[in-house]
Design a protein around this ligand. Structure first.
Ligand code: CP
Length: 317
């Protein structure tokens, strides 16, 4: 098996099944630390640098919390406007990351440009973890989601997924890549103008993903064991920042998961995931239902980042 030590986590396209299993096992071993709100000294000699060129609540802070739980140190930036990459100089990824590798042992980055983590990885000797790149991928989120499914359902193989939202979204691409390694049929439900980009559709076909596409979650929700939702009312992920401008509209019923829909059509033991943030595609009254698992998903986000940091920094083999 390829070692994770020193390895970049940029795409789930290059993950093999046993590597998913290794990451999930590592998360399970480290989970009690987070559950018990303890800190240990597994990574006490290590520093993590965060380089976030787009806003984030969960991804950056979950990585930071994970590093602190494992006894490591954290430095970095959450607003590139306060660096030379975001001012008059518009410093390149190469020049910026040639500096960042001097400041720590692993770099977690989020960027508005698809492929930016790959570009950064060409210039540094420390591992790069992709915290989301434009309309590219979001591998650590989908590893979190797989871990949540394993915890909640006891297995991954044999479960049917329905993914609802904008299929240009990076989480959807990492999800498709991940499920090529499991026995998991999936239906992608999206508005026509937000359907899967050809590049990913072709990749998924080439790698034998068992998938279909549709346009109304109400027609397929009854088949789902896992319902994964992303917004269709959302910002432009190719921008460094996209402010809300006036009325942005509401989520059409075809892409909305209401309490009534769950009660009348969903399997009794299905689970509902959302990486968050949300708009109105999951109304707040769903939070109290037995289907909702997005708060557990948030907690598991810390556990999964602990596992990834421990593996790439050689704290666990
Ligand atoms: N799920 C997720 O990526 O959230 P943030 O944008 O807050 O990091």
């Amino acid at each position: 098996m390829r070692s994770f030590a020193g390895r970049d986590i940029i795409s789930l396209k290059d993950f093999e099944r046993h590597e998913f299993e290794r990451v999930l096992e590592t998360a399970e071993k480290l989970a009690p630390i987070a559950h018990n709100r303890k800190n240990v000294d597994l990574l006490k000699e290590k520093t993590m640098v965060t380089a976030f060129y787009q806003p984030s609540t969960r991804t950056r802070l979950a990585h930071e919390a994970a590093m602190l739980r494992l006894g490591g140190k954290v430095t970095g930036f959450s607003d590139a406007k306060m660096t030379r990459a975001g001012d008059f100089y518009m410093e390149s990824i190469k020049d910026t990351f040639k500096m960042l590798e001097n400041y720590g042992d692993v770099i977690v980055m989020r960027h508005f440009m698809k492929g930016a983590p790959h570009e950064a990885s060409k210039w540094v000797s420390v591992p790069i973890i992709n915290g989301g790149d434009g309309w590219g991928e979001h591998p650590t989120q989908i590893l979190t989601d797989l871990y949540t499914v394993k915890r909640e359902k006891g297995r991954i193989d044999g479960l049917k997924w329905v993914a609802v939202g904008d299929m240009r979204m990076r989480t959807m691409h990492s999800l498709g890549h991940a499920l090529t390694q499991f026995d998991c049929p999936i239906t992608f439900i999206a508005p026509e103008d937000m359907s899967l980009p050809d590049e990913y559709r072709e990749d998924f076909k080439r790698n034998s993903l068992n998938f279909t596409e549709g346009g109304d979650v109400r027609e397929v929700i009854e088949e789902a064991d896992i319902i994964l939702v992303e917004p269709v009312v959302q910002p432009d992920y190719t921008k460094s920042r996209d402010e809300r401008d006036g009325d942005v509209g509401q989520t059409p019923p075809e892409f909305k998961i209401t309490k009534e829909l769950l009660e009348t059509k969903a399997k009794s033991d299905a689970i509902l995931l959302h990486s968050l943030p949300r708009m109105d595609e999951i109304p707040p009254d769903v939070d109290q239902t037995r289907w909702a698992r997005y708060w557990q998903e948030g907690f598991n986000g810390v556990v999964m980042r602990m596992a990834l940091l421990a593996l790439v920094l050689g704290g666990m083999e």
